[in-house]
Design a protein around this ligand. Sequence first.
Ligand code: NAD
Length: 500
Amino acid sequence: MSQFPVIPFWIDNRRAEAHSTRVGRVFNPSTGEQIRSVALADATDIDRAVESARRALPGWRATPPLRRARILTRFRELLEANQKVIATLISEEHGKVFLDAMGSVQRGTEVVEFASGAPHLLKGSFSESVGRDVDAYSILQPVGVCAGITPFNFPAMVPLWMMPVALACGNTFILKPSEKDPSPSIVMAELLKDAGLPDGVFNVVHGDKEAVDAILAHPGIDAISFVGSTPIAKHIYTTAASQGKRVQALGGAKNHAVVMPDADLTFTADAIMGAAYGSAGERCMAISAVVAVGDAGDALIEALTSRIRALRVAPSLEQGADMGPVVTAEHRARIISYIDAGVAAGAALVVDGRSLVIPGHEKGFFLGPTLFDRVTPGMSIYTDEIFGPVLVVLRAATLVEAIAIVNSNPYGNGTAIFTRSGAAARIFEHEVEVGMVGINVPIPVPMAFYSFGGWKASLFGDLHVHGMEGVKFYTRTKAVTRRWTEDPIAGGFHMPVLGR
Ligand code: NAD
């Protein structure tokens, strides 16, 4: 028996104990201490969740979209009322500062708001008289039982990218959140129940590779949405697709900001600080590489350095903290090994965060903001996603050269340009091979009614999450051609040609 409270599963609209006896450890990264345990599902646990979701499917599928939407509207109200509760749990288990956690819950809530338009989103199309007395139309129907496998860095927002849209479309859903910060998922499940969601429509199982492998292999799961690192995304995509499942698998990132010499330096430096070091760099849309064009580099490095010195690293729930710790001790060690490698490769280490210690929190997983200059594309601090508070600056002579650097990178999640020139911005927007582009906007996370997703190694699959691409992912199109007529029409042996 664990000496810590064990975070349960959620099956059939109630807390459920695991069949598996394996448990994971959940830490508070600010203290470095374990605060909870989490049950880690085995194949039997996944079976239980799938059975529940399958049982619930016919009833939920038959529930009119308007009634589904009303439940989602109530869920949105409950999310808003409980935003602080969820954000506190996020700060506690993830380590991001409270206001940042609040913002992430808000962005997730906006997807629920979008999904509450279900009757409108699920309108099909209709063509009258495609032949004599013949009409044609398309209808959107649910895919079935859908699963979501989500990363540690947004334990509420990323599940909320998926689940409200899936439910709005008439699917039932099984969430497998990150085992590093699983508590917010159970709070959301409770709120869905309070909002009136029927039993079995939304289930939560916790776990690691064993649980994910059971989800990938399960014949009762029709579609999988994944968000996480690129190697796992690729594995999820190839394995699930080979089983005939519909898959979208969003991967990692190396997001560039291109800074033109005409950019407003104060605005740009402030924007890059938040984008690089907010959430300790543990955002898939974090800016982790700057390409300074022309003579933009030196002044930018100076402006960033003075801002880094003023940045307040502190426990995540402390008032006034700009940046908290990273998620685990292992992740901290991995980030430090990248900083070591950057130094060894000859990059200029302008600010070194490796030795930061927060008095009273010596065991916390803290790491100071780190800045490298004169980085070249072959260095591992540039090629790899570090996912920590490490910003690297490269230099380019021209915009064309800067765009070539961005496009040579295997990732294509987000990017931003800072400039006062509309022409430069337009060229950048047109040429850059990245899914989400900001123009003087450092973290261009699309609103809920647009779709979120990258290109290249940042997304395996065809469709992005939420927005109309999310609706497409969670529905199957059925095209109906119907004839209602009182005229007797003889059948024929030739290919029917309705339009004659
Ligand atoms: P991760 O890939 O380690 O884990 C993601 C999920 O996969 C978790 O639920 C985890 O339990 C599971 N998992 C881990 N290892 C597995 C394995 N070997 N087999 C099967 N399942 C496994 O990612 P993470 O560390 O939790 O999150 C950070 C990563 O997520 C970063 O790479 C970040 O860029 C990415 N991310 C991407 C987006 C996006 O929209 N593209 C958004 C958020 C995070």
